[in-house]
Design a protein. Structure first.
Length: 669
């Protein structure tokens, strides 16, 4: 597959969403009109959907492999690269002879046809040959930590010898496994297997580090042997402790950062990752379930192979761990290289796959075929599922086949699951979807200007799911991220805040919204798209200014949106805002976003009869330079500061600093 073509296809799909020109909204304070925000506390309020804010995810930027999925071994089934044994290396002492290579002579299962063949023809018993894995650009090792290792190994047999093979001496000795510093000077932990046999055997061991070390990622995982013969390896796995100790689970620091957003839903498995570049590379959920021995992985559309270790059931476990509702996107018969499947009989198998997937997730374990399989996979209880999305960004299918494809999925799913809410990814005329998924990747100025974007949208039409949005100064698919930080700058976070104001104000229409992409491994080889919400390497992670903005919005929302407006609009100096109320707690949250380089003087007017506590909390997210971003080296360059305003009453003045989001929270009496 031509790598460049693949990337361009993935990236092109959003290009037409980007604003060609932007309006400069930054002006001097002296040019601004005095601003008074009139808030109507008595009038009708709009309710928030219980699933208003959530997460969007897909396998991009090593979001799962080398990211959220806690597996530390890269290329564990030896299929990541056809031409070299990616991430693996062989260290042969000067007085030894050994080689390694990927072979398909000894498949572990029909889904894992490759194994690593290590042949040792000369070695000293005190100087072993070492097979090492470098992990996802480092192996994080921490003190006092237990790592779970598992792998399959088999020694060679005399009868296996093929013409040209070195003399086989059967290998019936133990292997030693260890975590070592890259230079080999420190062995952090080690363990030894029983002797190998001539057939595949699964070995499960633990590696426990001591207290006399500091956390680092400059380490390797090593399997060493000091005997002649050959041994083969398959499905080599190393797990650190995971979030909530899930087996085959997720990386704790990233899960904690996601939990900090208080997400109510998870949109998965994509994004372009759902579609694949080619039909054969689509997200085929049936291949992502069951024991890892039967998950072959598949080529993703973002230049690397997905292990699918984080498969369908793991997505659901992730939802359970963070209390999120699943928003399941089903493959709808279109792949990115303009490969639509025509509606009609040819589409039937894909529709059936979607029906099976819904049955797998939601049906009874005792009375249904797929419900029983789910139970066998470890989850007898059916999951709750409300939203199913049909495809992804199907407006990019130039053949115009979505109308027919959507109708076929819609009719089949509604016939069996009438209560499911169906999401269309492009406009359709012959059916009324429950929800439409809109995507926006635009610069700050656009989001500020589009403050009223949804104000006039027909309330009798489908609800809106803003299933991907992010402020980006320049389109990611054109810049490819060159010369910009991995995660949003403050300026971009303010664009995000402006857009969240616009969405909050339309909470009667927008049932869900989520930023994208969510995660990025920051190794240059790992990233395909910038900006992303959360950055990390093998050991550390950090959150962006936009994460802070979303965290603040999600923790200062309440349950309803109040009507508010500027006494006089100043079109040259827009100041996005949103006013929401937590009825039960009697709290009012006022959000103001200043993207200009000057402070803005604002008066808040709550109406004469309103009584409030005389002190309000004031949270400010700002920095001197709006181009500041957080990073692994400087994770707290931009973070919110909490203060207060004294003397609040039914009307009070506030200064919104330049380049700032402020959130005022008032107790209503
Ligand atoms: O978020 C990155 C990509 O942008 C998504 O995969 C796709 O849906 C959109 O084009």
């Amino acid at each position: 597959m031509n790598i460049q073509v693949v990337v361009i296809l993935c990236l092109l799909s959003t290009s037409s969403l980007f604003a060609e020109e932007s309006t400069n909204v930054a002006t001097k304070a002296s040019e601004s009109l005095p601003a008074k925000l009139l808030i109507d506390l008595k009038g009708p309020a709009k309710k928030f959907s219980p699933t208003f804010a959530g997460l969007m995810t897909e396998e991009i930027n090593h979001s799962y492999d080398g990211g959220l999925y806690a597996e530390l071994i890269r290329n564990r089934v030896f299929r990541d690269n056809e031409t070299n044994v990616e991430a693996w290396s062989l260290t042969v002492p000067s007085n030894a002879f050994a080689s390694m290579g990927v072979t398909d002579r000894y498949p572990l299962t029909d889904k894992l046809p490759k194994s690593l063949d290590v042949v040792i023809s000369k070695v000293d018993s005190n100087q072993p040959v070492m097979v090492s894995n470098e992990g996802f650009w480092g192996i994080p090792v921490k003190p006092n930590t237990t790592y779970n290792v598992s792998f399959y190994a088999k020694g060679n047999n005399v009868w296996e010898k093929k013409k040209g093979d070195p003399d086989p001496i059967t290998f019936r000795v133990p292997l030693t496994i260890s975590l070592q510093s890259n230079d080999g000077t420190k062995v952090h932990a080690s363990a030894t297997t029983p002797p190998l046999t001539g057939g595949w055997q699964k070995f499960e061991l633990t590696l426990k580090t001591g207290s006399e070390m500091s956390a680092s990622k400059e380490n390797k995982f090593v399997i060493s042997a000091a005997a002649t013969g050959a041994f083969r390896l398959s499905l080599v796995s190393l797990f650190p402790p995971t979030y909530k100790n899930r087996i085959n689970g997720n990386r704790t620091d990233l899960m904690e950062k996601l939990a900090g957003l208080h997400p109510k839903f998870l949109r998965f498995p994509g994004g372009n990752f759902l579609e694949g570049d080619n039909l054969s590379d689509r997200y085929d959920w049936k291949q992502t379930r069951g024991p890892l021995e039967f998950r072959s992985g598949h080529p993703g559309c973002w230049r690397y192979r997905s292990s699918d270790g984080l498969g369908l059931l793991e997505f659901m476990g992730w939802c359970e761990d963070l209390g999120m509702e699943p928003v399941l996107a089903v493959y709808a018969g279109y792949s990115l290289k303009q490969q639509p499947v025509a509606a009609g009989p040819l589409l039937e198998p894909y529709v059936q796959d979607a029906l099976d997937e819904i049955e797998y997730l939601t049906a009874d374990a005792k009375t249904t075929h797929w419900g029983a399989i789910r139970a066998r996979d470890g989850h007898p209880e059916p999951f709750r599922l409300k939203y199913v999305e049909i495809g992804n960004e199907d407006q990019f299918d130039k053949s115009g086949s979505y109308e027919g494809r959507y109708a076929q999925f819609h009719d089949a799913i509604k016939a069996r699951y009438p209560d499911l809410q169906l999401i269309a990814t492009a406009g359709v005329k012959t059916r009324k979807p429950d929800v439409i998924d809109d995507h926006f990747y635009r610069p700050t100025e656009w989001f500020v200007k589009e403050f009223s974007h949804y104000d006039k949208t027909d309330r009798n039409g489908p609800k809106i799911f803003v299933g991907e949005w992010a402020t980006m100064k320049k389109p990611a698919w054109i810049t490819k991220g060159v010369g910009r930080p991995n995660t949003p700058t403050l300026d971009e976070a303010l664009g995000d805040a402006a857009w969240m104001c616009a969405m909050e104000r339309n909470s009667d229409l927008i049932v869900m919204q989520c930023y994208a992409p969510l995660l990025t491994n920051e190794n240059p080889e790992a990233t395909q798209w910038k900006p992303n919400l959360i950055g990390y390497d093998a050991l550390h992670s950090y959150v962006s200014p936009s994460w802070h903005a979303q965290h603040l919005f999600n923790t200062h929302r309440g349950d309803e949106v109040l009507t508010a407006s500027w006494e006089k609009e100043d079109p040259a100096n827009p100041l996005p805002y949103s006013v929401t109320r937590d009825k039960a707690k009697g709290l009012l949250h006022i959000k103001l976003v200043n993207t200009s380089a000057s402070p803005r003087e604002v008066t808040i007017d709550l109406g004469k009869e309103t009584k409030t506590a005389s002190k309000a909390s004031l949270i400010t997210l700002t920095s001197k330079d709006p181009q500041t971003a957080n990073s692994l080296q400087n994770p707290d360059a931009v973070k919110p500061v909490t203060g207060s305003i004294q003397g609040t009453s039914s009307g009070f003045p506030v200064t919104v600093p330049p380049n700032a989001l402020v959130i005022i929270t008032l107790k209503l009496k």
